[in-house]
Design a protein. Structure first.
Length: 196
C-alpha cells in the first residue's frame, strides 16, 4: 500500500487502448481487457476504465474496425517510464511497429500524465499543427504530451468521457467534455459500445 507521500506525488495518467487485428490466441477485445490488467500491475491500480467501443478504422479503409477503450491510473513514475511499460505490454501482445497507422494487435497511447507538456510547448505545437499528409508519414522520436491528436479523435474522446470528462487539456485549456462537444456528430455516431 502506498503511503501518503507517494499519493501526493502521483499524477493522473490517461491511456487510450485499441486494436483491430486478432492475436494468435486472443480476440482484440480480450487483448484490450488483458492489457488493462497488465497496466494495473505495472503502474498502479487502474482508477477507472471506460466501456469498450467498436470504432471505424482510422484512416478510413486502412483495415478492420477497431476495439477502443481508455483507462485512468495514478502513477508517480516519469512519463518516459510509463511509455516504456506500455510499449513492453504491446510487444508481449505481439505488436510490431512496421507501418504508420497500420493494423495492430494492440495499441496503447499515453495521452496525458497530469498536466505535463513534454518535451516542451514548442514541440507539442509543432506536432499538433501537422496536416494529415505529414501526420501519416512522420512520427516523433520523443514523447509528446499531451498526445497531439487527442482533441481531434472521437475514438479517443468517447472512451475518455466515461472516465475523465473533467480532465483539462494543459495547452488548449478545454476539458474532455468540451473537446467531445466540439466533434462532428457524424463521427461520434460511428462509435458504438460493445455489449459485454
Amino acid at each position: 500500500m502506498r503511503n501518503n507521500h507517494s499519493l501526493r506525488n502521483c499524477n493522473r495518467v490517461l491511456i487510450a487502448m485499441g486494436g483491430n487485428i486478432q492475436g494468435q490466441k486472443d480476440s482484440t477485445l480480450e487483448q484490450v481487457t488483458t492489457a488493462v490488467c497488465e497496466i494495473s500491475q505495472s503502474l498502479s491500480a487502474v482508477v477507472s476504465k471506460s466501456r469498450v467501443y467498436r470504432t471505424p478504422c482510422f484512416p478510413a479503409g486502412a483495415g478492420p474496425d477497431f476495439v477502443n477503450a481508455a483507462v485512468m491510473c495514478e502513477s508517480d513514475q516519469p512519463a518516459e517510464a510509463i511509455l516504456k511499460i506500455l510499449h513492453d505490454i504491446e510487444s508481449q501482445a505481439g505488436r510490431r511497429r512496421e507501418q504508420r497507422w497500420g493494423p495492430r494487435v494492440l495499441d496503447l497511447d499515453l495521452l496525458a500524465v497530469g498536466d505535463q507538456i513534454c518535451p516542451d510547448l514548442a514541440s507539442y505545437q509543432y506536432w499538433a499543427g501537422l496536416d494529415l499528409k505529414d501526420q501519416m508519414r512522420l512520427a516523433p522520436q520523443e514523447l509528446i504530451l499531451p498526445h497531439p491528436r487527442l482533441h481531434e479523435r472521437a475514438f479517443v474522446l468517447v472512451p475518455l468521457m466515461d472516465i475523465a470528462p473533467d480532465w483539462r487539456h494543459p495547452v488548449l485549456g478545454r476539458t474532455v467534455a468540451q473537446m467531445h462537444a466540439a466533434l462532428d456528430p457524424a463521427d461520434l455516431a460511428e462509435i458504438r459500445p460493445i455489449s459485454q
